[in-house]
Design a protein around this ligand. Structure first.
Ligand code: ZN
Ligand code: ZN
Length: 500
C-alpha cells in the first residue's frame, strides 16, 4: 500500500484547503463567543458545567491551518519554488484535520504493533437513551463503559474456548456520538476471535457468534457498574430491565482473516473517527437572521426518523463540544493479550531470548517515537500522502522534493509576508491572527505546535470504505449532491407526507 501511495504521489500535486471556507470553521468562528456568553443559562442545566479546556480546544482549532497564525516555508532545492504551510492544532477528537492524522497513526500502530496474526471481529455495543446523559455529566463512566464491554466479550470468548487461563486481545474505542452527532456513547471493539494462553498459543472460536447473549451479559454488567458507582437508582434499573426492548444492542461483524491487514487497518481508522464529518455539514442563514446548521447522515436515524437534522448554530455547538474528550480522557483502550502491560512483558521475554532479532525490530520502533504510541508518529508528508495519494512535499513545478526551510511565527513577519503575497484574509486584512473576542494577542507562539498543517476531508464512514484519492475532487464540491435529505414518515402519519 505504501509503495502504491508513493508512486501516485509523484504524479499529483497537493492542494491545501482553506479552513475558513469549511462550514465547521465558519460556525465556530461566527458563533462561539456568543455560545460562551449564553452557556450558563441556556446549556448548563442539560450539559453540565463547561470545562475551560473546551474553550481552549475550540480556539486552537480556529487557528488550525490558517496562515495568519504562522507557517512553515518550504522550498524546492532544484527550481527554487517556495510555498507556505500553515500549522496544525493537534486537537484530538475535535479538529477533523488533526483527528484524521490520529486515525491514521492509530490504525497503523494497531496493525503493526498490536494485532496478532489471527482472525478478528468488530463488536459494537450501545446503550439505551435513558442512561446516555449520565456518561456526559460524569465522564469517568466512559472508561468504565469500555471495561464492561471488554469483560463481556472476554467472558464470552473464554467460555467458548473453555479456558479461563487464556484471554482474547481487544482494542476498545469509546465513541460518544451517533450518526447525527447525538449524545450517544457506545463502544467499537476489534477483538481477536479466540483466546491466547500465556505462551501465546491461540485458541480460535469458530461458528456463528451469539450477539444476543453478548447484549444480555453486557446489559447486566453495565447496570451493576452504574449501581456500584451510584450513578443510577435501583428503581431506574428495574424499570429498564422490565422493558420489552432493552434499548441495548450488540452487533458482531464478519470475521476478518488474519492476512487481511488492509481491512483491519480501515476498521481501526473507522473506530476512532472524530465526532464531526465536515462534508456532512452545511450552514445557512434563516430569515430571522439566525444561522442554521444542517447535519446529514448516510443512514436514517431511528430516533429522528430522518437522515438529517437542522439545528440552531448555538444548539449545534453545544452538542458538538460535548464530544470533546477531557484532557486525560482515553478514547481507545487495549485489553487482555493486547494490553500495554501484556505487550510490554512479551517484548521483555523476547529480548531475553533473542536479543539480535528484537534489536532490529526496536530500531524501527524507536526511530520517531517520542510521546505517541508508535513509531507511528510519522512524518507529516507521509501521512498526507497516505490519505490523498498526493505528496505535499513534491514541487508542483518540477516534481523534486521540497524541504522545510523556516518556521515563521513573529506576527509582524507573518503580516509582511502575507501582505506581500496578497494572502491576507479579505474580510479583515488588518487583523492577522485575531479570533473573535480576542483583542490581546496576535500570535501566541507558545501555544502553537510547530508542525505543518495536515489537511483533511473524511472520505466516508463505512467501515471498509477505502480511503479515496484527493485527485479531481476539490474541498468545495464532491459532496454537494452526494445524497438527498430523507425523512421517514411514521406509518400512522402517512396521510400527510412531507417532502424535503
Ligand atoms: Zn521545483
Ligand atoms: Zn487541527
Amino acid at each position: 500500500m505504501a509503495n502504491d501511495t508513493t508512486r501516485t504521489a509523484r504524479q499529483s500535486v497537493y492542494k491545501p484547503r482553506n479552513p475558513r471556507k469549511t462550514p465547521l470553521w465558519q460556525i465556530l468562528h461566527g458563533h462561539f463567543a456568543e455560545f460562551l456568553s449564553v452557556y450558563e443559562d441556556r446549556f448548563e442545566p442539560r450539559y453540565g458545567r463547561l470545562s475551560p479546556y473546551v474553550q481552549k480546544v475550540v480556539e486552537r482549532y480556529l487557528r488550525c491551518g490558517i496562515l495568519d497564525f504562522g507557517f512553515a516555508r518550504i522550498k524546492c532545492a532544484d527550481c527554487g519554488r517556495e510555498m507556505l504551510l500553515a500549522f496544525s492544532c493537534k486537537c484530538r477528537s475535535f479538529c477533523p484535520s488533526c483527528q484524521k492524522r490520529r486515525q491514521l497513526e492509530f490504525a497503523e500502530f494497531c496493525v503493526k504493533e498490536v494485532f496478532a496474526p489471527v482472525p478478528h471481529r468488530q463488536v459494537v455495543l450501545s446503550i439505551p437513551k435513558r442512561i446516555r446523559l449520565h456518561f456526559f455529566r460524569n465522564r469517568k463512566l466512559l472508561s468504565k463503559l469500555a471495561r464492561c464491554g471488554w469483560e463481556t466479550v472476554r467472558d464470552f470468548l473464554q467460555t467458548a474456548v473453555g479456558r479461563e487461563d487464556a484471554v482474547p486481545g481487544a482494542v476498545v474505542a469509546i465513541q460518544t456520538f451517533g450518526n447525527l452527532g447525538d449524545l450517544q456513547p457506545h463502544l467499537h471493539m476489534i477483538v481477536s476471535w479466540g483466546c491466547f494462553d500465556e505462551r501465546g498459543t491461540f485458541y480460535a472460536v469458530r461458528g456463528a457468534p451469539d450477539a444476543d447473549m453478548i447484549e444480555q451479559v453486557f446489559r447486566h454488567r453495565l447496570f451493576r457498574m452504574l449501581l456500584d458507582e451510584d450513578a443510577v437508582t435501583r428503581e431506574l434499573v428495574s424499570d429498564l430491565l422490565a422493558w420489552r426492548h432493552s434499548g441495548f444492542s450488540a452487533y458482531v461483524g464478519e470475521s476478518v482473516p488474519a492476512r487481511d491487514t488492509d481491512s483491519l487497518e480501515s476498521l481501526a481508522q473507522y473506530i476512532v473517527r472524530g465526532a464531526v464529518a465536515q462534508e456532512r455539514l452545511s450552514v445557512s442563514d434563516g430569515l430571522d437572521g439566525t444561522s442554521r446548521v444542517t447535519y446529514r447522515s448516510k443512514k436514517v436515524h431511528p430516533g429522528h426518523g430522518a437522515n438529517f437534522r437542522i439545528l440552531d448554530a448555538l444548539d449545534f455547538i453545544a452538542l458538538l463540544v460535548a464530544h470533546i474528550p477531557a484532557r486525560h480522557e482515553k478514547r481507545a483502550i487495549n485489553y487482555g493479550f493486547y494490553s500495554n502491560k501484556s505487550r510490554g512483558m512479551r517484548k521483555k521475554t523476547l529480548e531475553a531470548q533473542e536479543p539480535a532479532a528484537v534489536r532490529s525490530q526496536a530500531e524501527i520502533v524507536s526511530a520517531t517515537e517520542d510521546r505517541a504510541p508508535l513509531a507511528v508518529r510519522r512524518a507529516w508528508a507521509y501521512l498526507v500522502a497516505k490519505v490523498y495519494e498526493v505528496d505535499p512535499l513534491v514541487c508542483p513545478d518540477c516534481g523534486s522534493r521540497m524541504k522545510i526551510i523556516a518556521y515563521i511565527q513573529e506576527p509582524d513577519v507573518i503580516w509582511k509576508i502575507l501582505n506581500h503575497l496578497k494572502l491576507l484574509p479579505e474580510e479583515s486584512p488588518g487583523t492577522v491572527g485575531h479570533l473573535p473576542g480576542d483583542d490581546t494577542a496576535l500570535v501566541r507562539s507558545a501555544e502553537i505546535v510547530c508542525e505543518p498543517f495536515y489537511d483533511d476531508l473524511d472520505p466516508g464512514d463505512a467501515p471498509f470504505d477505502r480511503l479515496r484519492a484527493f485527485g479531481g475532487r476539490d474541498a468545495a464540491d464532491g459532496y454537494e449532491c452526494w445524497e438527498k435529505l430523507i425523512r421517514v414518515v411514521p406509518a400512522d402519519n402517512r396521510s400527510t407526507p412531507r417532502s424535503y
